[in-house]
Structures are given as structure tokens and as C-alpha cells.
Write a protein that binds this ligand. Structure first.
Ligand code: NAD
Length: 498
């Protein structure tokens, strides 16, 4: 059984990959488990050498990697270069350097008398075999990218890329092999949802990125096996424009981060709330910028601003959200009409006169749309921004930084940017993940982004001690009374203030 891979910008089939069965996945898992101990035994420096070579490999193979990503996603050259190749190369360098720091043993101090004089240590060990399951919107960043810290921690990794975009992962697997990654440590198991489900059955931990609905299924399956699952799911990220905002910058960011990657970014700006005194001016600026975007089949640097949608059914979702909004009284100031052409397309679209009864303001659209609403004040903007099952990222624009930051801190989102958007994702030191269940559980990046691939071990080493500790058998009334007095003294609480 094979799966045909299509170039969504042209509709042409560009390759086929195997649709692997549960038995195939089990065999890959056995190979990976056999290879893992020697990969772990290489230590941080040995693993970093391979990871640094791969960082260089990605840079040296930029043309090939970008071409593969563009061909299977339909995205613009710059979208692939900036958000994928750039991310992947940086991530290899980052995790090679930071893994030993984030996973360093820590000496723990305790005030408990029973452990006085003993050495307490918190340490991390790789889990063994990590399963990564990814979506189609960023085949390098959001599928393969999550394998990098797992490998740096000393795990073997099996990656199940989206059936829509598996070719990038296969190319990068070739790169890892060329860079000296021992055989079996990393494997790509191509296939559909059933292959992903089979992977969850084999691994010690699953890192899933994708839709909320699939995330729920993956979490349930992981729960049955009692293995940890880290879930990066959907978003409906709000942008708030305060009356004192630099409107030019706000409009540029709105147009860019709503349309970047044809709107198929989990942290795209998906809806916008603007204080009413600047609403008209902001809408005019954004509309002009979006209307000027060049959309088409990517053909190298600078050829187009916006590519096609990557996943054919996504066009139906975008079209439904826009059509329903228009039928309910919204207006499209640019775009808003599904074109008749080869491939899978929807034009960059700005909508006004929208409200929260419309799917376009509530459900993840994941397309090149920017619905904009006027709000009375910041309080109403915060209320509407928080009126969502999602809570991935959000952004606030305003010149008064104290006020803008105050608004940011009131938003129910895992990450919030002030006078910026989306670039927080590139700071690999800064944790990223959902603040509400529909956007996921767990974090990528930062210390949490690698400790999640490890099991923790706490060590207690007793060095200076009596032959028999006073609290042990046999129990004697005099000793018990003495211990009780001591406990009373230790736990007398802080002196209260009347
Ligand atoms: P999807 O949920 O349809 O598929 C994701 C992956 O899960 C695919 O590889 C698919 O084959 C696999 N899968 C399907 N059924 C499965 C099952 N039962 N068990 C195991 N695996 C299964 O998502 P998608 O349409 O590919 O991606 C788009 C979604 O991803 C959007 O909702 C987007 O917001 C989200 N996303 C989130 C982030 C983030 O960091 N939070 C990043 C990128 C994309």
C-alpha cells in the first residue's frame, strides 16, 4: 500500500510513500530500541557532534530542503526558508548546546531533619523511544523539529509525519544518516492516522502536533498505556489593537502574520479587535496591504508572497467560514471568493462586520483570512479575545507599553506578544504551548521542551550517618516523646501578627 503525495499548488503527484502497517511500526520500534543505548552512551558531546553536523547539512542543502517543502506544501519560498530551514538549523545548534545545561544534575537542599547530611540529587535520563506525530503545515518545524530535543536527550525517535507532507521528513532522515547518526536511532514511519495510532502503542512517550480532535484521540490512547503525551493543538489567536498603537506597524503585522504560510500556522493571527477610534484607519491600512499581496505557484525567492493551501479539504473549511460570515452580514473588503483553478487555492481575505456568532471568529479557520471587529475599549477586547476554547498565542499593539502589557497579562494564552507577533516561536529558550485544553497540554522549547523527553530520577545518598537512625525500630515511649517535641518545635509555624 502506498500514499500519493501531491503538490497542492499544481495538483500534480510528486511522489509516493509507503502506508505502513502496525507490524511495520512494531518492527521499526524494535530497531530503534536496539539502537538507543549506544546513542545514549555517546554522551552529550558525542551526540552534539552529530547534531552540529546536521545543522551545517541543513544550511548546505537549503535549496533541496526548501524545494521539497514548497513542492509538498505549496508555500512561498520565503515561508519555507524563514519558518522551516531557519528554524531547523537553529534548533540543531540550540539543542546540541543546551541539552547538557537543561538536563544537568541538580543538587537539592532540604529542611527535613530525616535527610540532614545526605546528598540529594535530581537527574534526567532519556525515556528510551519517543514517538513524534506531526501535521502538514510545517513539515520541518512542527514534525521533524520536535525530534531534535528528543534525540539530544539520548532517545531513539520514530517520526510519523503527516500523510500529506512526508517527503521533507524522509529527506531530513537521509541528512541525519549522512551526518553520522547511528543506524536505527531515527526512523520515519509514513502512513495515515492508523500508522500514528500504532506508533502510540509502541513508544515510551508521544509528542503530538495537530488538530484538537486528533489530539484528544492520541491522549486517550496514551492514557490507556499510561505513557506521557505532550500535545500542541489548534489555535484561534487574537490580536488587539489599542487606540494609541503604531497603526502602520500593527497593520503590517496583521497582514503578514494572518497571511504568512497562507494562514496555516497554529499561531497565525486569526481574528483582530480594534479600539473603535482607530478602527477605520486600521482597516484601511490592512486592506491595502492584503489586497497588494501576490499569490501564486512559488517559483523561487521573491516569486510570490502567498502560496496555495497545503491540504485540499482546508479550502472547504476556509470557504465555509467566509461564506457563512458573508451570509450573516459580514463584508469582504478584499478576497472572499474561492477561485476556479488547478490546485488548492483561497485568496487573502479581509472581513469586517463580523461577530462572535460566526464560525470565522470562533473556530480555527487555518487559512488566509483576517476578520476584524471594532471594540469599545480594551476591556471589551480582552473579554472577546478570551471568549474562545483556544488559548495558544495572542498579540497586543499599543504605544503605552505599561497599558499594552497589562492587557497582555489578562489574556488567556500560552504566549502573548506586545507590539509583535509569532516571532516568540523562534526564541527556543522561551516555552511555548497552550493555556487552554483545546490548544494542548505541555510545552515545547525551553527547559520543559527537553525534560519532557526524560524520566526523572531523584537520588539520595547517605554518607555520614549513625549505625541506626533514631526514628527506626524498636519504638520506645521516651524516644517517641522526644521526637514529638522536636517535630513540635520544627513545625511551630511563623509567629502570627494580630
Ligand atoms: P491532524 O490532527 O489531522 O493530523 C496530525 C497528525 O496526526 C497526522 O500525522 C495524522 O496522520 C495523525 N493522526 C490522525 N489520526 C491519528 C490517530 N488516531 N492517532 C495518531 N495519529 C493520528 O492535523 P493536521 O490537519 O495535519 O494539522 C493541522 C492542525 O495542527 C491545526 O489544528 C493546527 O492548529 C495544528 N497545529 C498546531 C501546532 C502547535 O504548535 N500548537 C503547530 C502546527 C499545527
Amino acid at each position: 500500500m502506498t500514499i500519493a503525495v501531491e503538490n497542492p499548488a499544481t495538483g500534480q503527484v510528486i511522489g509516493t510513500v509507503p502506508d505502513l502497517s502496525a507490524d511495520d511500526v512494531a518492527a521499526a520500534a524494535r530497531r530503534a530500541r536496539a539502537a538507543q543505548p549506544s546513542w545514549h552512551a555517546l554522551g552529550y558531546d558525542g551526540r552534539a557532534a552529530v547534531l552540529h553536523r546536521m545543522q551545517r547539512w541543513i544550511v548546505d542543502h537549503t535549496d533541496e530542503v526548501v524545494a521539497t517543502i514548497c513542492a509538498e506544501t505549496g508555500k512561498a519560498y520565503e515561508d519555507a526558508l524563514l519558518a522551516e530551514v531557519n528554524y531547523g538549523a537553529a534548533a540543531f545548534g540550540f539543542w546540541a548546546k543546551q541539552a547538557p545545561r537543561y538536563l544537568a544534575e541538580t543538587r537539592i537542599r532540604s529542611s527535613q531533619p530525616l535527610v540532614a547530611g545526605k546528598r540529594l540529587v535530581q537527574r534526567y535520563q532519556p525515556l528510551g523511544l519517543v514517538g513524534v506525530i506531526g501535521p502538514w503545515n510545517y513539515p520541518l518545524t512542527n514534525s521533524f523539529g520536535d525530534c531534535i530535543p528528543a534525540l539530544a536527550a539520548g532517545n531513539a525517535v520514530l517520526l510519523k509525519p503527516s500523510e500529506v507532507t512526508p517527503l521533507t521528513s524522509l529527506l531530513l532522515a537521509e541528512g541525519l544518516a549522512a551526518c553520522g547518526l547511528p543506524d536505527g536511532v531515527f526512523g520515519v514511519v509514513t502512513g495515515r492516522g492508523a500508522t500514528g495510532a500504532a506508533l502510540v502503542d509502541e513508544v515510551d512517550m508521544v509528542m503530538f502536533t495537530g488538530s484538537t480532535a486528533t489530539g484528544r484521540r492520541v491522549a486517550a490512547r496514551a492514557a490507556e498505556r499510561l505513557i506521557p503525551a505532550s500535545l500542541e493543538l489548534g489555535g484561534k489567536d487574537p490580536m488587539i489593537v489599542l487606540a494609541d498603537a503604531d497603526l502602520e506597524r500593527a497593520a503590517t503585522h496583521a497582514a503578514y502574520y494572518a497571511m504568512f504560510n497562507c494562514g496555516q500556522t497554529c499561531i497565525s493571527i486569526e481574528r483582530c479587535y480594534v479600539e473603535e477610534s482607530v478602527y477605520t484607519a486600521f482597516v484601511a491600512l490592512v486592506t491595502a496591504k492584503v489586497a497588494a499581496l501576490r499569490q501564486g505557484v512559488p517559483a523561487g525567492p521573491g516569486s510570490v508572497d502567498v502560496g496555495s493551501l497545503s491540504f485540499p479539504p482546508q479550502v472547504d473549511i476556509v470557504d465555509r467560514h467566509v461564506s457563512e460570515a458573508l451570509a450573516a452580514g459580514a463584508r469582504a473588503l478584499t478576497g472572499g471568493v474561492r477561485p476556479e483553478r488547478e490546485g488548492h487555492w483561497y485568496p487573502p481575505t479581509v472581513l469586517v462586520d463580523v461577530d462572535h456568532s460566526m464560525a470565522i471568529m470562533r473556530e480555527e479557520t487555518f487559512g488566509p483570512t483576517l476578520p476584524i471587529m471594532a471594540v469599545r475599549d480594551a476591556d471589551e477586547a480582552v473579554r472577546l479575545a478570551n471568549d474562545s476554547a483556544y488559548g495558544l498565542c495572542a498579540s497586543v499593539f499599543g504605544r503605552d507599553l505599561a497599558r499594552a502589557e497589562d492587557v497582555a497579562r489578562r489574556l488567556e494564552a500560552g504566549a502573548v506578544t506586545v507590539n509583535d507577533a509569532v516571532v516568540n516561536y523562534t526564541a527556543l529558550e522561551l516555552p511555548m504551548g497552550g493555556a487552554k485544553p483545546a490548544s494542548g497540554i505541555g510545552r515545547r522549547h525551553g527547559k520543559d521542551g527537553i525534560t519532557k523527553y526524560c524520566r526523572q530520577q531523584s537520588l539520595l545518598v547517605s554518607r555520614l550517618h549513625l549505625r541506626r537512625d533514631v526514628h527506626t525500630y524498636p519504638y520506645r515511649a521516651t524516644r517517641t516523646r522526644a521526637i514529638r517535641s522536636l517535630l513540635g518545635l520544627l513545625n511551630r509555624g511563623r509567629p502570627g501578627r494580630s
